[in-house]
Write a protein that binds this ligand. Sequence first.
Ligand SMILES: Nc1nc2c(c(=O)[nH]1)N[C@H]1C(S)=C(S)[C@@H](COP(=O)(O)O)O[C@H]1N2
Ligand SMILES: [Mo]
Length: 340
Amino acid sequence: MKIINKAAWNKFKDCDVTPEEVYHDRRRILKQMGFIGAGALLSSQANAGVFDLFSSDEEKAAFARIALPHSKQTEYDHLLYGELTPENKVISHNNFYEFGTSKTDPVQNSQALKVNPWQLVIEGEVDKPLTLDYDDILKMLPLEERIYNFRCVEAWSMVIPWLGFSLASLLKKAGVKSNATHVAFETLYDPDQMPGQRNRYSGGGINYPYVEGLTIAEAMTDLTFMSVGLYGKTLPPQNGAPIRLVVPWKYGFKSIKSIVRIRVTDRQPKSSWNELAPSEYGFYANVNPAVDHPRWSQASERRIAEGGLFSAKRIPTLPFNGYEESVAGLYQGLNLKRNF
Ligand SMILES: Nc1nc2c(c(=O)[nH]1)N[C@H]1C(S)=C(S)[C@@H](COP(=O)(O)O)O[C@H]1N2
Ligand SMILES: [Mo]
């Protein structure tokens, strides 16, 4: 990873080209910006100026995906099954009901989402409540790449190289009080930007904002990840920019996107899908091939690859999505059929 070269940036900014020339040559500039590894270390103001030169939302989104410096964390790699899902699939086949309920709605409707400036509040049963802005989110902790199996409750799956840091390392910055039992998460609520939040039908019946929760033991285990990027760059909006949760041993709906609030609490928080249909979606939502969804089997899954969903290969689903050795200990004595 190249670190931004300040001289190169100044040259680009102050050179003689007019905005029109820049505009017409924007594809080359996008490439050049990528080449110098721009973004992560630029001030958001400098970013905003260049951002305005790009006309379409797709171009803005392409520019907005900034390369992020990171190290690779391989501790869980031996638990992976299958190859990496191609990036174009990871960022075009999504569930993000705030932008519509079909798989292609999020990529189509989310490109103008304003992720910078952003505010993430960490509050509740903590010693030191925190308010993080966009730059804090990307820079306050060293970024790791972790490749995880990802399994949606709808029985499709991917293998995704995420960038981010453990939730535990973030919560330690705020200091978790000893009476804490759970952690609650909340997605941005902004119907002006999120068409799915404007009425009950466009957003799949969810009572927004989308909320999720974990037990404190789940939150503090190392596997639980806060993602700020994938495939080496910042998250695109459709995957939950600027920051989302990734809990790889649970069904995908637990991995809440575009988070604005993390509240450490002393009671079990609400979970949007559990509220909507408690007989179908539990609070724990651990991937479990032995407990079927009332309307379909969870014994196997379609692994998304090149080609359409229905050309995807069917593979068996593993207990805890393959992470049994890392997390089964969290549930000792718990009846996993009842607590699905
Ligand atoms: N705020 C919010 N978070 C969300 C969702 C959503 O609709 N809204 N969908 C969930 C579901 S069902 C899945 S499978 C994953 C999909 O993540 P991906 O699109 O990055 O693959 O996001 C989860 N997080
Ligand atoms: Mo999902």
